[in-house]
Design a protein around this ligand. Structure first.
Ligand code: ADP
Ligand code: MG
Length: 334
């Protein structure tokens, strides 16, 4: 079958079904990170690719920011399990036209975030390539039981950290060669696109206090990543459009896009999680403690109801796309 029909997630599901779970594998393919048991404890493993022309364009991102982002997006997957990042393996395919100073700039970006986050670069691989190709593998500790995508139940609340859509809107402005970047609002969006924040503290606190029953980081668009929680937990979801957390910058520049990028844009790297209704006050307390907005945006419902977004009049919204699939492009709803 053509991959454009099967899609990225169809392909991963085929690989998963044919994979034999090895010894010590608590959680294999299908979550934000794998969770394995070693003799000395348990750890989390995640990997991400960043390919020039697919994930980034060097016209729009500096090598320093790209280094920073490489580590941040991997840390986000560890955050989504409630873990603590520790060791990084970094493999680069580099065009021979690059200067060594370019590579040094990239590593400065990696180092700046690694130092702040207690991550050690411990190895990798290097090759020549036609365009810049980055493969990072991050290993983390799991001091608390990791939070999977699969534990949400009907009646649970749905929350998201931070604000949504900033990164995707920045990309749209960049692609449109917008002159808006002189405005502070556009610069804010751009910083969210170039320097995403992995919500490590929120993730770990939720895991420590056993507050989140299911969690994922929003990397491919809210609706698509919520879809992963719904499939893994066998539930549906109702979201309230008005509750979606939007930054002031997003509100001022989104125009006719409305909440489109907040629902379906990628690269937010915020945490989306489900928690029991009775834990509402605990989550409010946690929000104050961690200093990151945590917004209740919906409710888990039976799986037969699918995913619905309600507008301010209580009507169900039809959306053009739900997120990104590497082989299908933007995912369209039927
Ligand atoms: P995320 O967006 O959180 O990085 P992905 O959607 O990329 O997660 O991947 C979903 C799951 O599929 C993860 O557990 C990942 O490790 C696994 N996965 C992705 N691609 C492959 C592959 N080529 N072979 C095996 N597992 C894969
Ligand atoms: Mg993820």
């Amino acid at each position: 079958m053509k991959l454009s029909r099967l899609g990225e997630f169809g392909l991963i599901e085929r690989v998963r079904r044919r994979t034999v779970q090895g010894r010590g594998v608590n959680l294999g393919i299908g979550d934000d990170a794998a969770w394995v048991q070693t003799r000395s404890g348990s750890c989390l493993l995640t990997t991400d690719l960043l390919i020039e022309g697919v994930h980034f364009d060097l016209k729009w991102i500096s090598l320093y920011a790209l280094g920073h982002k490489t580590l941040a997006v991997n840390m986000s997957d560890i955050a989504a399990m409630g873990g603590k990042p520790a060791y990084l393996l970094l493999s680069l395919g580099i065009p021979s036209t690059f200067e060594s100073e370019d590579v040094e700039k990239y590593y400065r970006g990696i180092r700046s975030l690694a130092l702040k986050s207690g991550v050690a670069l411990v190895g990798g691989d290097t090759s020549v390539a036609k365009s810049l190709f980055i493969s990072a593998c991050l290993i983390g500790h799991a001091p608390y039981r990791p939070i999977t995508r699969g534990g949400a139940q009907v009646g649970d609340d749905i929350y998201v950290t931070g604000t949504l859509g900033d990164s995707a809107l920045a990309l749209k402005l960049l692609r449109g060669k917008s002159l808006q970047f002189r405005k502070p609002a556009a610069r804010f969006l751009l910083s969210r696109h170039h320097f995403p924040t992995a919500r490590l503290r929120v993730g770990a606190t939720l895991a420590r206090n056993k507050l989140a029953r299911a969690m994922i980081d929003v990397s491919d668009g809210l609706l698509q990543d919520l879809g992963h929680i719904c499939r893994a937990s066998r539930i549906g979801a109702i979201l309230v459009e008005e509750k979606l957390p939007l930054s002031a910058a997003y509100r001022s520049l989104a125009g006719h896009e409305g909440t489109g990028y907040a629902l379906s844009g990628g690269e937010d790297y915020e945490l989306l999680f489900c928690a029991r209704r009775r834990d509402r006050s605990e989550i409010e307390k946690l929000e104050k403690g961690v200093g990151v907005p945590i917004t209740r945006i919906g409710t888990c419902v039976p799986s037969r109801d699918g995913i619905t977004v309600l507008d301010s009049k209580g009507r169900s919204l039809s959306f053009r796309g739900t997120g990104h699939d590497h082989f299908r492009g933007p995912v369209r709803t039927p």
